[in-house]
Ligand binder design. Sequence first.
Ligand SMILES: Nc1ncnc2c1ncn2[C@@H]1O[C@H](COP(=O)(O)OP(=O)(O)O)[C@@H](O)[C@H]1O
Ligand SMILES: [Mg+2]
Length: 228
Amino acid sequence: MISIAGLSMRLSSGGRPVNVLSDISLEVAARQFLAIAGPSGSGKSTLLGLIAGLDRPTAGRITVGGVEVTRLGEDALARFRLNTIGYIFQSFHLIPTLTALENVAVPLELAGERDALRRARELLAEVGLAERAHHYPVQLSGGEQQRVAVARAVSRRPPVLLADEPTGNLDSATGKQIIDLLLALNRNLGSTLILVTHDAALAAHADRLVLLRDGRIVGDEPVNGVTP
Ligand SMILES: Nc1ncnc2c1ncn2[C@@H]1O[C@H](COP(=O)(O)OP(=O)(O)O)[C@@H](O)[C@H]1O
Ligand SMILES: [Mg+2]
């Protein structure tokens, strides 16, 4: 499903080149739930951003569902992100001037789906926020904002879900709700899930755990005896 070969990312920080990712190779099967852990600064967010086509690597190749993401032009990349990737950020990233309902409808409208608002309403109900449809992000708690973000991320039924420390800004009970929701939706959609987390309890739900350090893979283990 996702195939990464020889991926490197070199950035300059204060005029000094930094190898943020060095020669990463990784195969992720369809429907696999992969957790990625590693110290702060180890390159986890950079890796997720590259898989989503938000950034271009210095070297290497990423293929998602047979599409070589690293060769797509800007228009094709925008379509790829809309149709293939659902992305959930630590800090929710909702559009502050839009209501919960409108935020969820954005990808549906961009994709030209008829009945975008009706479908967005259904999605909000699925994440337990039917009553909050017309609230703006500032009127919602962190956990509610993240539920809106999850509804938005899954709205196009993407084959790949990427979540970057999605519970990092939430208390543990709220974080647990978000994870349960993400896992349930992921199972229903049959999508591949890559979750960056510091939380060992969270990673324990995964099929497989990859450890990054200094931009390199230093561990790659099945979780709970499940073969990757
Ligand atoms: N745009 C950028 N320019 C320069 N350095 C960056 C940039 N983005 C990230 N970095 C550096 O790359 C390293 C990895 O960052 P990141 O992928 O955010 O790590 P993580 O998500 O594991 O904390 C860090 O040292 C960070 O400072
Ligand atoms: Mg990060």
